[in-house]
Design a protein around this ligand. Structure first.
Ligand code: 5AD
Length: 330
């Protein structure tokens, strides 16, 4: 629909913003319906072996108090979330070697017995691991490419390999996962052109889910003194992704809410159709500090859900009763 040059023009120029947001909203209504899919997010370990320059969980951040939920605790949190009405549980962590293939598989199997769709967001693993997780019942996997600009990728991710990340995404697709990717908007050194390429990349790999959020500096990282990404630019990258990819699932990300009050509701009116309320125990939530000021949920899972449901109905949208696979209108 849009060429790369047209995407660049739209991203650079703010004159047509409201038309773009409206078109994204109409596209969302036509291809994904009016219902918002809620995903219960469990941040089960903040241990991470990676060095991502923007992320507060990076292994060199010695100020962060590390935690690791035990498998039983992860399953019981999932159980509470299912009891509260969630049809999808998202298991997210840093890249933590404690969670071996076997340990992960047992967790997945036990959660699947409770009925929900299971999404994993635990980073780069071998194809055999991905296969074992799939066989254990995992349905979806989130692995943001973060940026498709190879030079920037290298600068942002010491000791990581862009080609391996691509390979992981390809493996996930081949194994039949609904595969999610996405990018950060506003990384130091990122160009508008590379954001246009990010959007075209999502289309090219036929991503099923795309998460887009503004970069937010964390003081205990090498990027602590840079300024945050622009909210409207991130929103526009998201809106254009909706317009181009049509029926994909797009979350209204927490990073949007962190930069702007009601940022998630604005995102829901500009192309997003998913919200991922955080159901992690308050004991851990503040330690999962990818960036500071993460919008805090209520103290208990039921209350968090009630609050988010109220917000969603306040903008005339409903809560999905289904698992919310790509293109499911419920
Ligand atoms: N600001 C915004 N988003 C961040 N993430 C990591 N660090 C930051 C930050 N400082 C995002 C990454 C990752 C996701 C889980 O969180 O895109 O994929």
């Amino acid at each position: 629909m849009f060429s790369k040059d047209e995407i660049i023009d739209i991203l650079q120029d703010n004159k047509a913003n409201s038309e773009i947001f409206e078109l994204a909203d109409k596209t969302r209504a036509k291809y994904s319906g009016n219902a918002v899919h809620l995903r219960a997010l469990i941040e089960f370990s903040n241990n991470c072996k990676c060095f991502c320059k923007y992320c507060g969980l990076r292994c060199e951040n010695k100020k962060l108090q590390r935690y690791r939920m035990q498998p039983d605790e992860i399953v019981s949190t999932a159980k509470t979330a299912v009891g509260a009405g969630y049809k999808t549980v998202v298991l997210q962590s840093g890249e933590d070697a404690f969670f071996t293939r076997d340990i992960m598989c047992k967790i997945i199997e036990n959660i699947k017995k409770l009925g929900p769709a299971v999404t994993l967001s635990i980073g780069e693993r071998s194809k055999d691991d991905y296969k074992a997780f799939k066989d254990a019942g995992a349905d979806r996997y989130l692995l943001r490419i973060e940026t498709t600009d190879k030079n920037l990728y290298k600068k942002m991710h010491p000791h990581m390999d862009f080609e391996n990340r691509l390979k992981c995404l390809k493996n996930l697709k081949e194994l039949g996962y609904e595969t999610g990717t996405g990018c950060l908007v506003g990384l130091p050194g990122q160009t508008i052109e590379s954001l246009a390429e990010d959007i075209l990349f999502f289309k090219e790999i036929d991503a099923d889910m795309v998460g887009i959020g503004p970069f937010i500096p964390h003081p205990d990282t090498p990027l602590g003194d840079f300024s945050h990404g622009n909210f409207h630019l991130a929103l526009k990258v998201m809106a254009l992704t909706r317009i181009l990819l049509k029926n994909v699932n797009i979350p209204a990300t927490t990073a949007m809410e962190t930069l702007k009050p009601d940022g998630r509701l604005i995102a829901l009116k500009s192309g997003a159709n998913v919200v991922m309320p955080n159901v992690t125990s308050p004991l851990y939530i503040e330690k999962y500090e990818i960036y500071p000021g993460k919008a805090a949920p209520a103290d208990d899972i039921i209350q968090t859900r009630t609050e988010i449901e109220q917000k969603i109905s306040s903008i005339g949208r409903t809560i999905s009763l289904g698992c919310g696979f790509r293109g499911e209108i419920s």
